[in-house]
Design a protein around this ligand. Sequence first.
Ligand SMILES: [Zn+2]
Length: 287
Amino acid sequence: MISHFEFGEEFDSALLANAPKVRLSRRGIIMGLAAGTVFPFVSGCTTNAATGASQLLLFGDDQVASMAATAWTDMKAQTPQTSNSKLKSRVLSIWDRTINGAVKEGHISPTAQWDVAVFDTDDVNAFVMPGNRVGVYRGITELTENDDQLSSVLGHETGHVVGKHAAERLSVSTAAQVGLMAGQIAVASSDELSKYGAAIGALGGAAVQFGVILPYSRNHELQADKLGVDYMHQAGYDVKQSVRLWELMDAQSKGQRPPEFMSTHPDPVRRAEELRNYINARGYALI
Ligand SMILES: [Zn+2]
């Protein structure tokens, strides 16, 4: 199952430079991990009912949600939220309509509750955290030209939720870390305990990274793009605007200040192309 690794770069701490500047409570996340079942992971492969993908999932939804709780609380405490009530209600209404598209698609429970924050910074970014937490920055609302484009961003983020991408990424990272630790113990059994401690520390680091915003694999991104378009279509938005969004991202990436969204969502030209093909193939529109 763990035969392909596209995740190596996630352990590169330089990538943290792209994460929002928040002070995460490491201890809380490590405690959450320690309370969870980190080690009995031999039978973690399941099939995602919405996407049909086979996934390694060592953690349940509740577990990853509780791991992200501290990061979310810290982020909300340390990043200003917009006081522009018009902007906030616009984002919320686009969110509601988009998520209802996912409900119509049968991928999201109609009773799910969401915590949506609109942060008042220039960052051209948006993200979801496990536990139905959604962050949208003012900057991305200013880059997008219309509600349809913002819906495509939010639909994409919803795709990450439905695909259980955060839990899968954390699971693969954890399996890699635990595997590494087992190897270390085998060669130096004299100080198992200290290595155990180091591994838990490393897991804490991985949780911090997954909890915030770091790149998903290319497969996760393409899957989220396509799911996002399905939800836009169900919600009655203009799916062609998802292609336009990536063209805008590409244009802006050539400027002096590339959008933060690009650092976690690379390759806009190819994605626009894939989306165009998908939209045509599904018969949503002809472009
Ligand atoms: Zn994404």
